[in-house]
Design a protein around this ligand. Structure first.
Ligand SMILES: [Zn+2]
Length: 234
């Protein structure tokens, strides 16, 4: 008779274990998605760094072209100034020269700032490359571990399911339909342990007589919560 209580205890353990395995398998894609997002952020940061250097180089070239134009213009204005004798025209030309000179200073300043920034970002490249390589390696490692974990979980699932089927054959056929109905409705929660006369599900007590019956292997449902009960004997 005790074989039934052992079988129920084992069925309960296996069904809870199978539920946990399935939950862990189901979590896999979400965890993978999180890792992919991390990798994607690292890819973007790496790309942004290189793009910023490219943009700065374009800005430097544009400014250098503008600078040449201003310098040409400035030389022309200064040349023109030499040929003017009317005071009013001299003042106007000087004003033009002053504006061109200001533009030239501004461009030179901007070019120096850009060059410094390019140098700074270029020096950062080794660290940026390392961060990107590390992110890719971490993702690869995660993928490998996830595949191994999934394989392990599925193997465990398969063997646990086989053991469950085998164990459930020990439940007497008279009890089987009730067992099947309850398990189908509630999963692992269809079963509950009782310890020292107390249902571990609803925490309520059994009579001494019922407790004796449960311990003797009767197929018994908790009178309070209705779960299939099996004893844990100290
Ligand atoms: Zn109960």
């Amino acid at each position: 008779m005790l074989a039934i209580t052992d079988a129920l205890r084992e069925c309960h353990r296996l069904r809870r274990h199978l539920r946990d395995l399935q939950a862990e398998i189901d979590r896999g894609p979400r965890v993978l998605q999180g890792q992919q997002e991390t990798l994607e952020a690292a890819r973007q940061a790496h790309k942004d760094h290189h793009d910023s250097i490219t943009k700065l180089k374009v800005k430097q070239r544009t400014d250098e072209t503008s600078l040449k134009e201003v310098e040409t213009r400035l030389a022309k204005l200064e040349q023109q100034l030499l040929g003017i004798s009317v005071a009013k025209e001299i003042t106007a030309k000087q004003s033009e020269i002053k504006q061109a000179q200001a533009k030239k200073d501004e461009l030179e300043e901007s070019i120096l700032t850009t060059i410094a920034e390019i140098e700074k970002r270029t020096n950062e490249i080794p660290a940026v490359e390392k961060t990107w390589a590390d992110a890719q390696a971490a993702f690869k490692e995660f993928e490998k571990e996830a595949a191994e974990r999934l394989e392990r979980l599925k193997a465990d699932q398969e063997s646990s399911l086989a053991t469950l089927k085998e164990t459930e054959t020990k439940i007497p056929s008279a009890m089987k339909p009730k067992y099947d109905t309850l398990v189908k409705a509630h999963g692992p929660e269809a079963m509950v342990a009782a310890k020292a006369r107390v249902c571990q599900g609803c925490r309520r007590s059994l009579t001494e007589q019922k407790w004796t019956e449960v311990r003797n292997g009767a197929f018994y449902l908790c009178p309070h919560c209705g779960k299939i009960m099996y004893p844990i004997v100290e």
